[in-house]
Design a protein around this ligand. Structure first.
Ligand code: BGC
Length: 507
């Protein structure tokens, strides 16, 4: 038994959900199969210079064809829950109008197999693969896209509402706006800078309309959205650095969380847009956006160290290169991101700072007194992995101790912070989903940033569980042992049942 696995297992409160996460575009491949329509990401990825080394998402993990084997890997791992996304263009190829039966069938099979494997499904409606016709009509700059997402939610609710345990409406609107519409590093590749603000509001409105549609359909599962959260740390005590960190906090955190949890945009945003007729959200919009949630999904990867002036660049040092972009030292930029001194970084250049996991939760608790129960819906790290041939025939191993330590430290910190006496004790933390089940298409960084618990050889599609996979398996096994009589019982989950059986009650 790995000592850290046992220690972590003993920390986990009863009912704490351990899961893994993926998204459709990053793992499925089969972009032109069985009636799937193109997405904005298909087109963006095909543009020369968009993806590191011109890598293609066309096959990726080939999960569309290998889904049963991938679910078997999850069953073997022993997780409570799997967070995946429904590919909008696979289910509704044009983003409006007719539904593609073959697309629904794929997720029907996935959900039934998960349930038969004792794994509760968490389905994300929007994880960035906007159907192309909607992208071409302006994507999230166009208010109409929000209504289309509401319709898509109704389609998904009718098809899967009896079996999905948790719904995430929208994943990381901050990343879509910042990378896709402000800086142009992600689809649709627009560099609109401050003019991108409508893309924020329309995604949040899309969340509200999707939530409304799921509620109207009376889905059995809980409903939330997922925001990424990065504590902002001033580079020095200089007041200009503090102001810069405050601005970044508004732009990356509060802009997306305040409307949902407080029903209003941060004052500074309202002040800055006072003279702009293009952004004047109505009360009705704000009501839709701030409807009560069953849970709040929080993705935490790292804190951000911010300084005033152009400095090193707009993304963590090293990350622009990892994504094949040159965003370093943008001349005239009012602020920049700096490295943390003496700090380990991931292959992406992201600082490894588990203590800020606790800061993130504490800040959320302080800012949002009515914060619903929280799931960490993503957390993980990319490190360069090496496959080694171990003893015994065909025994391949991936010794990814740094990822294992990252996960152990972050899950442990989150759990400790939310226990009585912890820095975020008022937060009702329900679970942690590791990003990601397997190495996959990491957006503009292609296959160069592996986050998986399972290594994927993209030439042969051979899957090799890494040391971190076996470690998590031990945590789960040790947790059951700690739970004594509850041994073997799935944690925190109303693991539903497949269509063939009568539905069980949700808690
Ligand atoms: C996204 C994932 C992504 C991960 C690592 C999150 O921003 O939701 O799709 O792969 O971070 O970059």
């Amino acid at each position: 038994m790995n000592a850290s696995a046992k220690d972590l297992a003993s920390l986990l409160p009863p009912g704490f959900t351990l899961g893994v996460a993926t998204s459709a575009f990053q793992i499925e491949g089969a972009l032109d199969e069985d009636g799937r329509g193109p997405s904005g990401w298909d087109v963006f990825a095909a543009k020369p210079g968009s993806i590191v080394e011109g890598q293609s998402p066309a096959v990726s993990c080939d999960h569309y064809h290998r889904m049963p084997a991938d679910v078997a890997l999850m069953k073997e791992l022993g997780i409570d829950s799997y967070r995946f996304s429904l590919s909008w263009p696979r289910i509704q190829p044009a983003g409006s109008g007719p539904v593609n039966r073959a697309g629904l069938d794929f997720y029907d099979r996935l959900i039934d197999l998960l349930l038969a494997s004792g794994i509760s499904p968490m389905a994300t409606l929007y994880h960035w693969d906007t159907p192309l016709p909607l992208e071409q009509a302006g994507g999230w700059m166009n208010r109409d896209t929000a209504y289309r997402l509401g319709e898509f939610a109704a389609i998904a609710a009718a098809a899967f509402g009896d079996r999905v345990s948790r719904w995430v409406t929208v994943n990381e609107p901050a990343t879509v706006t910042t990378n896709g519409y402000v800086l142009g590093m992600h689809a649709p590749g627009e560099a609109l800078m401050l003019k991108a603000l409508p893309s924020v509001h329309h995604q949040l409105l899309g969340h509200g309309l999707a939530l409304q549609a799921l509620r109207a359909a009376n889905v059995r599962g809980e409903i939330g959205l997922t925001n990424v959260y990065s504590p902002m740390v001033p580079a020095t005590a200089n007041p200009l650095d503090k102001v810069s960190a405050g601005l970044m906090d508004v732009a990356q955190n509060r802009l997306y969380a305040d409307p949902v949890l407080l029903g209003k945009y941060p004052d500074i945003i309202r002040a800055a847009t006072f003279f702009s007729s293009s952004f004047s959200p109505s009360d009705e919009d704000m009501e839709l956006i701030s409807q009560p949630l069953d849970f709040y999904g929080l993705n935490y990867y790292m804190p951000t160290r911010v300084g005033a002036g152009p400095g090193e660049g707009a993304v963590p040092p090293g990350m622009a290169e990892a994504m094949g972009d040159d965003l370093s030292g943008t001349p005239g930029a009012p602020l920049h991101i700096e490295s943390f001194p003496d700090t380990e970084t991931t292959a992406y250049g992201w600082p490894v700072k588990p203590e800020y996991m606790s800061v993130a939760l504490a800040e959320m608790a302080e800012r949002y007194p009515d914060l619903p129960p929280v799931y960490i819906t993503e957390g993980g790290a990319s490190f360069e992995d090496v496959v080694v041939q171990g003893s015994g025939a065909d025994r391949r191993m991936v010794p990814d101790e740094r990822r294992l330590r990252y996960l152990s430290d972050h899950i442990g910190t989150a759990v400790e912070a939310t226990q009585p006496g912890g820095a975020a004790e008022s937060v009702d933390l329900r679970g942690y989903y590791v990003w990601s089940l397997m190495d996959n298409f990491e957006w503009s960084a292609g296959y160069k940033q592996p986050f998986g618990l399972v290594h994927v050889d993209f030439d042969t599609q051979v899957r090799t569980p890494k040391a971190s996979y076996y470690w998590l398996q031990e945590v789960i096994a040790a947790r059951s042992a700690v739970a004594g009589s509850a041994a073997g019982q799935k944690n925190g989950d109303d693991v539903g049942q497949s269509r063939t059986a009568p539905p069980s009650e949700l808690p």
